[in-house]
Design a protein around this ligand. Structure first.
Ligand SMILES: [Zn+2]
Length: 384
């Protein structure tokens, strides 16, 4: 693994200069929008327009995706968007039309649909500016259907299902755009007084039309923890909301007034009864479904911490400790989190290499082989 763990996480990858300075200059934004190199990522109901590829059929993001797939996002010129999107104007939009809609999803799309979001300037493979500005817009149903109909091979794709098929640049703009549009979708009205809000600053600020206060996008921090016991086994849990053969790391939202480390210790104790010591940060990944930032830790069970191990029965219905051999055993009967998740990345970090597709068990590389050379030193064991 040549890349540092945090920057290799599928949704943490990016190839863009977010160009903060230009956001507050409406004339400059208009010039960029009108420039020949401007490109637009188009979103619809949380999906992005892809020119090549589609969501994998029959796969929901857990376990292994179908092999040998490729997806490329469609970055359109502004003049390719069509009539419904021409009026998108980041500095004069308001959300009054949303009041007339009854369906929540439609209302949400309408609120986000009036935003011309400036994502930044694309960078090349050496992180040099390409000069190509990228925007994102959300289109309504009718326009969404037309955009696909006009483009052979095009489809609407789900970030969670195609993230690992995208290059760094596409993964970055999709993640950034989706996170922001999810915020716009629920921000048509001021949370303080209920008045409508307008969009400013290239789509990065909304302002209350009555109080004049600025409203900023929010990110909800959640901790996710790889817990290792004295025998180097990893603790995985099965969530009550999942099919029962699905196992992943334990995770939970950070509460207000709480540090990340305290949240990790509290969440693990609540969900499993296990007491962990000294959680150590390993990396983070945005998870815009709708607004999370997953903050990853590794931790060891405290000296007397394993005795009380029990699933909370509410959120977590089963807990199992896995050795490295057990986790790649094709007969273990479990499904692990899919490759776009930080959970999968932390499991592989503990394992010491990629967990190969489970339908080809003869190819599985056990730690005794090549992967052992790259196995990271488990956290909490005294390095540093
Ligand atoms: Zn207000």
């Amino acid at each position: 693994m040549s890349r540092a763990f945090p920057s290799s996480l599928p949704l943490s990858r990016h190839r863009i200069d977010r160009d903060h300075d230009t956001r507050s200059d409406p004339a400059a934004l208009d010039r960029l929008w009108s420039s020949e190199r401007a490109r637009v990522l188009v979103l619809h109901r949380g999906l992005a327009l892809a020119s090549t590829g589609s969501d994998p059929e029959g796969w929901d993001g857990f376990g292994e995706p179908p092999a040998d797939r490729r997806t490329e996002l469609a970055l359109l010129r502004p003049d390719e968007l069509g009539a419904d999107s021409d009026s998108a104007d980041s500095d004069s939009a308001d959300s009054e039309s949303a009041d007339n809609d009854s369906a929540d999803t439609h209302t949400a799309d309408t609120a986000a649909g009036q935003v011309r979001l400036y994502l930044g300037i694309l960078l090349d493979a050496d992180d040099r500016p390409t000069g190509a500005p990228v925007f994102a817009v959300t289109v309504p149903d009718a326009r969404a259907d037309a955009l696909v109909a006009e483009r052979p091979g095009a489809s609407w794709v789900n970030l969670r299902l195609v993230a690992t098929e995208l290059d760094d640049s596409a993964a970055g703009v999709f993640t950034e755009a989706l996170a922001m549009m999810n915020w716009h979708a629920v921000s048509s009205h001021c949370p303080r007084c209920g008045a409508t809000t307008t969009v400013e600053t290239g789509g990065w600020v909304r302002r209350c039309t009555v109080e004049g206060v600025e409203l900023f996008p929010r990110t909800d921090a959640a901790v996710i923890v790889g817990i290792v016991d004295a025998e180097e086994r990893l603790l995985l849990g099965s969530n009550a909301l999942w099919e029962k053969n699905r196992y992943s790391l334990l995770a939970g939202f950070v509460e207000p007034g709480e540090s990340l480390e305290a949240a990790a210790i509290r969440e693990i104790a609540e969900e499993s009864g296990v007491v962990i010591a000294d959680p150590e940060y390993v990396g983070s990944q945005p998870w815009p479904f709708p607004a999370s930032l997953m903050v990853g830790f590794m931790a060891r069970v405290a000296d007397d911490g394993a005795a009380g191990e029990r699933p909370d029965g509410d959120e977590i219905v089963d807990l199992r400790w896995f050795s490295r051999e057990e986790i790649v055993d094709p007969d273990n009967g479990i499904l692990l989190p899919g490759p776009s998740s930080i959970a999968r990345a932390i499991i592989e970090r503990w394992y010491g290499g990629p967990l190969l597709p489970r339908n080809t068990p003869s190819d599985v590389v056990l730690p005794a082989d090549a992967a052992a050379d790259e196995r990271p030193v488990p956290s909490g064991s005294g390095e540093g």
